[in-house]
Design a protein around this ligand. Structure first.
Ligand code: PEP
Ligand code: MG
Length: 588
C-alpha cells in the first residue's frame, strides 16, 4: 500500500484478474472464523438469551426467504427450492427445545449453546448411512453459521444480501459465492486472497466483472461505504480517488472502447492466420446463462462447459432429468457449433454443498474431478446419461477432467460405453458417434499422451492445472503466485509433447486453460500446433485479431527459438516481442 496525502487518495496494489474499471462504494465482507467465545450467564439472564435466540431465528428465516427469492429470479425456481430444507432447520422443534434445555442447564451464552447443540445434531445425522439425513446435516451446518452470525450482530456472509450496486471486498470469495451472488449489484470484486487461475477469478472474467485479488489484509483496513475505484487491468484499488485520477481513468476507458468498437467488426470473420491456418476459437462457460455471449463475441462454440458450477450451492445433487434439461437447452443454443461438456470437476477449490468432501490437506492433489466421479458411479452415470441424451439435439462432445493415465481413462470410457448401451436398450435417442476427449492437465497424462491419444477423439489442455502440477505452485495461493509461470521451459515441453502426440494419432488438440486467452502467448500456442483455443467469451475478439495478424510459419519458428531458451522470463520476452510487433494495441 502506498499513501499519498497530497492527492488524498490511497492506492492498494494487488493483482488484476478480470479486466475493467469499476467505481462505487465498498461492501466489505469479513471472515471472522468459527471461534465462538463461551461465557457464563446468570439464571436471571435466561429470558433475555431466549429472546435473542428467537430474534435470530426470525431474522435467519427472513434472510433465507429473501435469498430463495433472489435465486429463483436469477438461476431458477428449482435451485431456489433447496432452501426449503434450510427453512425446516430454523423450525426444527427438537433442535430448538434442546437449545432451551441446555441453556438452563449450562448457564452460558446462547450462541455457544446453539453452536454446540447444532454441531452435535449435524454430526449425529452425518454418521447415519442415509443420503437424505446426510444432506440434512449439511443444511444444519449452513443454517447454524447464519443463526450464529445473527446472534453476534454480524452481516450475513452471503453476497445475495446486496441490494444496491457495490464493489465487493472480501477476505476470500469462493466459486460457490460467485455462482450465487446477485450479479447486477456487483460492480467489481476484490479479495485479500486468490490468484489469476483461481476459479473465482475465472468466473469473474466470464461474467465480465472487473476483479482484483491478493490485497493481503485490505478487509481489515477498509470499511463498507468508502468510495473506491477498482482497476482490474492493473490490479489497483484506489480509495477516495482524486478528480485527476478519475479523469485519467475516463480517458483510458475511452481509448479502450475505441479498440473494442473496432473488434466488434470481427464477429463474422474467420480466425485464420495470414498463411491460411484455421484455429478454432471457442468460449469457456461456467453457467448456462453465459452461453449467449459466445456467438455475440464470434466464438465457434463452447470449448469448455464447467458443469459443476451450477451445483456448487446445492444441498441435493441434480438428477439425470434435471441435467438433461439444462444440457439440452445449452446444446440447442450452441448448435450447429460444438458444445464440449466437461464432467464434474468437483474438489480443489470447488466444493459442492451436496457432497461431504471432508477436509483434505492438499485438496488439489486429493479427491477431485474424475477420481470423485469414478468413485461415485451413481453420480457419474446420471451425468453421462444426461450428456449423451443431449447429443440428440446438438453437436455435443464429452470430456473428462484430471485424467492421470491410461487405466483411469479406460475406466471412464467403460462407464461412458455402459451408459450408451443402457440408453440404446431403453430406446433413447442420442448420437452414437458423440466424440469423447480427455483434459490433459496432469503431467503424467502429458507424458503418456502418445498412448492416451489412441483411445479418444481429442485432447483439451487444461493449462491452469498443468502448470500448477508441473512446477508445484498452488494455483490459488497468492503467496506463490509470482512463481506460477506459463512460460516455464518445462511447461513448454509438456505442451509440445501433447500437441505432437495428438497429431501423430490424428486427433485434434486444444487449450482451454487461461493461457489460451493470454495474447502474449498466442504466437507460442499457434506455433506449437494447437488446433483450438477456448477462452472466456469476452476475450474471443482479441484472440481472433491476434490469430489473424500472425502467420503459422513465423509462430513455428518462434517455438524453435524459444525451445533453446532456459528461463521463463526469456521465453516470455520473445513471445511478447512478437505479439507486440503484430498487435501491440491489444496488449496495453
Ligand atoms: C484448467 O485446469 O486449465 C482448466 C481449464 O480447468 P479448471 O480451470 O476448471 O481446473
Ligand atoms: Mg483443471
Amino acid at each position: 500500500m502506498s499513501g499519498d496525502k497530497a492527492k488524498q487518495e490511497t492506492r492498494f496494489q494487488a493483482v488484476g484478474v478480470s479486466p475493467g474499471v469499476a467505481r462505487g462504494a465498498l461492501y466489505v465482507v469479513r471472515d471472522d472464523g468459527d471461534e465462538i467465545p463461551r461465557h457464563r450467564i446468570e439464571a436471571s439472564e435466561i429470558p433475555n438469551e431466549i429472546g435473542r435466540f428467537e430474534t435470530a431465528l426470525i431474522q435467519t428465516r427472513s434472510q433465507i426467504l429473501e435469498m430463495q427469492e433472489r435465486i429463483a429470479q436469477s438461476i431458477g425456481a428449482k435451485d431456489a427450492g433447496i432452501f426449503d430444507a434450510h427453512l425446516l432447520v430454523v423450525e426444527d422443534r427438537t433442535l430448538i427445545d434442546e437449545v432451551l434445555r441446555k441453556l438452563q442447564a449450562d448457564l452460558c451464552n446462547v450462541e455457544f449453546v446453539f453452536q454446540e447443540v447444532a454441531t452435535h445434531y449435524a454430526h449425529t445425522l452425518s454418521q447415519i448411512d442415509d443420503p437424505y439425513l446426510r444432506e440434512r446435516a449439511l443444511d444444519i451446518q449452513d443454517v447454524t453459521r447464519r443463526v450464529v452470525r445473527n446472534l453476534q450482530g454480524k452481516a450475513p456472509k452471503d453476497f445475495l444480501g446486496l441490494t444496491h450496486p457495490h464493489i465487493l471486498l472480501a477476505h476470500n470469495i469462493t466459486p460457490s459465492d460467485t455462482a450465487t451472488m446477485n450479479r447486477e449489484y456487483v460492480l467489481g470484486l476484490a479479495t485479500d486472497l486468490g490468484s489469476r487461475t483461481s476459479h473465482t477469478a475465472i468466473m469473474a472474467r466470464s461474467l465480465g466483472i472487473p476483479a482484483i485479488v491478493g490485497l493481503h489484509n485490505a478487509t481489515e483496513k477498509l470499511e463498507t461505504g468508502r468510495e473506491v475505484l477498482l482497476d482490474g487491468y492493473n490490479g489497483l484499488l484506489i480509495l477516495d480517488p482524486t478528480p485527476e485520477t478519475l479523469w485519467h481513468y475516463g480517458e483510458l476507458e475511452h481509448q479502450r472502447s475505441l479498440v473494442a468498437e473496432k473488434l466488434t467488426g470481427l464477429r463474422e470473420t474467420k480466425s485464420t492466420t495470414r498463411d491460411g491456418r484455421h484455429i478454432v476459437l471457442s468460449a469457456n462457460i461456467e453457467l448456462p446463462d453465459e452461453v449467449e455471449a459466445a456467438p455475440r463475441n464470434g466464438a465457434e462454440g463452447i470449448g469448455l462447459y464447467r458443469t459443476e458450477f451450477l451445483y456448487l450451492n446445492r444441498t441435493t445433487l441434480p438428477s439425470e432429468e434435471e441435467q438433461y434439461a439444462t444440457y439440452r437447452k445449452v446444446a440447442e443454443q450452441v448448435q450447429p457449433h460444438p458444445l464440449i461438456i466437461r464432467t464434474f470437476d468437483l474438489g480443489g477449490d470447488k466444493l459442492a454443498g451436496a457432497l461431504d468432501g471432508g477436509d483434505e490437506m492438499n485438496p488439489f492433489l486429493g479427491h477431485r474431478a474424475i477420481r470423485f466421479s469414478l468413485e461415485r458411479p451413481d453420480i457419474f452415470k446420471a451425468q453421462l446419461r444426461a450428456i449423451i441424451r443431449a447429443s440428440a439435439v446438438g453437436n455435443v462432445k464429452v470430456m473428462f477432467p484430471m485424467i492421470s493415465g491410461l487405466e483411469e481413462l479406460g475406466r471412464a470410457l467403460a462407464v461412458f460405453e455402459e451408459c450408451k448401451t443402457e440408453l440404446k436398450n431403453e430406446g433413447s435417442e442420442f448420437d452414437p458417434t458423440t466424440e469423447v476427449g480427455a483434459m490433459i492437465e496432469i503431467p503424467s497424462a502429458a507424458m503418456c499422451a502418445e498412448r492416451l491419444a489412441r483411445e479418444i477423439d481429442f485432447f483439451s489442455i487444461g493449462t491452469n492445472d498443468l502448470i500448477q502440477y508441473a512446477i508445484a505452485v498452488d494455483r490459488v495461493n497468492e503467496r506463490v503466485a509470482h512463481l506460477y509461470e506459463p512460460t516455464h521451459p518445462a511447461v513448454l515441453r509438456l505442451l509440445k509433447m501433447v500437441a505432437d502426440a495428438g497429431h501423430a494419432h490424428g486427433i485434434w488438440v486444444g487449450v482451454c486453460g487461461e493461457m489460451a486467452g493470454d495474447l502474449a502467448l498466442t504466437p507460442l500456442l499457434i506455433g506449437l500446433g494447437m488446433d483450438e483455443l477456448s477462452v472466456g467469451a469476452s476475450l474471443v475478439p482479441r484472440v481472433k485479431r491476434a490469430v489473424q495478424s500472425l502467420t503459422h510459419g513465423e509462430c513455428q519458428k518462434l517455438v524453435g527459438d524459444v525451445l533453446e531458451l532456459d528461463t521463463p522470463s526469456a521465453i516470455l520476452a520473445r513471445c511478447t516481442e512478437m505479439a507486440q510487433a503484430h498487435y501491440g494495441e491489444l496488449l496495453g
